[in-house]
Design a protein around this ligand. Sequence first.
Ligand SMILES: [Zn+2]
Ligand SMILES: [Zn+2]
Length: 438
Amino acid sequence: MEGIDKNTFKRIFHNHWDAFKQFRPRFDNPDYNETVNKMLGCGDPDQMGFVQYRCCYCGEIRRIAFTCKFCFCLSCAKVYTDRWADFIARRLLPGITYRHVVLTMPEFLRIWFFRDPTLLSSLMRAGNACLKDILDTCASVKLDIGNITVLQTAGRSGHYNPHLHILMTAGGLDPLEQWKSISYIPYEMMHKKWQYHLLKMLRENVSDPAIEKDIDRAWRDYPKGFVAFLQDGDVPPGGKGLAQYLAKYVVSPPISVRRIESYDGKVISFWYRDHKTGQIKHETLPALQFIGRMAQHILPKGFQRIRYYGLHGNVRYQKMREYLAEIIPPQRPDDPRGYRVLGPKPFAQLFFESFGKDPLLCPKCGDNMMLELIYHPKYGTIKEFSLFEELPDEPEPVGTTASRRTMDRAERLVQVSLLFFLSNIIHWLPALNSSQSY
Ligand SMILES: [Zn+2]
Ligand SMILES: [Zn+2]
């Protein structure tokens, strides 16, 4: 029996992914392979690339490998979740109250989304349309509302259970551009409206005539509508608290390390809390079945799991934020940091927060370390930084001027792509632990 740590999940995939793809050829395509391979190479400097620091005093080298940053990777999940919460905290509109809405579907409809994952986009749009419809009805006028919608496909036990978590403004701008708050939403209406919007979407988007039978059944078996509710009680009032609360619910991977109880190379045991009874349940699955349970949550490449609608739509967001700040005095939030617009944290700070050490201090002598080079498996060595004063140029041998000029130009080109590269990757938090620093 092996010890369980954050690499256990990786080990399961490492040992059984190839066999799994033979067993289930549906999963042998780039969407799944890329996510799994990146997770398997996560933190490996040769596969993922690295940043190299050198101590100016004693010459000690430290390499810090890049990580995959997928929420599917249990090593990266915490960083992914924290960064997401940070981002959302900055995106919430000051002074606005939000509600956390959950929209679900009956079990027999889920198969349609499993068969055709492109339907998941339509599901997210239907959720947005439904909430707008609900608030319009409550307000008796058309409201301009804002939603941050997150798609979650995993139920508690890792089964396929696509549902939406939405942070919805509890109100909106009326046609006179004034804010109208909505504090009461009748549940019966919510259930029925969600049923209507979801079934309408399926009818419009599924071409297989068999959908009609399921739609009829959904109307017949659910006369009170579908399960849709406002998460109440412990929802923090706003800002960072709210974002972190939501992050825990929705951007977490299908299983967390602490829920894996054992893995003996063949079968995996884990626990989950049953959402109906609240009881802890234990489940043991053979590796191939466990991988299937997990891999079904890998979304098509490029799929946006988090989408912004209405006031939160990417194009309008900044303008609406400024307008709302004019008409609504922001109430002082519980956590005043929640509404402050913060830039992304510098790499050294993120690193320090995660690992409790300063990446820029030499582990041997404690002197400052300097960035020496960045290596990426696809682009090679991106930049070598000169750490020591340059020696005066040797007189150039005749005939090398042209190639020298080419070199200069190449150097400039490298710098352009370096800027691009740095702006894109330097905020990826590289992984460092004893096995990954050299
Ligand atoms: Zn990772
Ligand atoms: Zn040193």
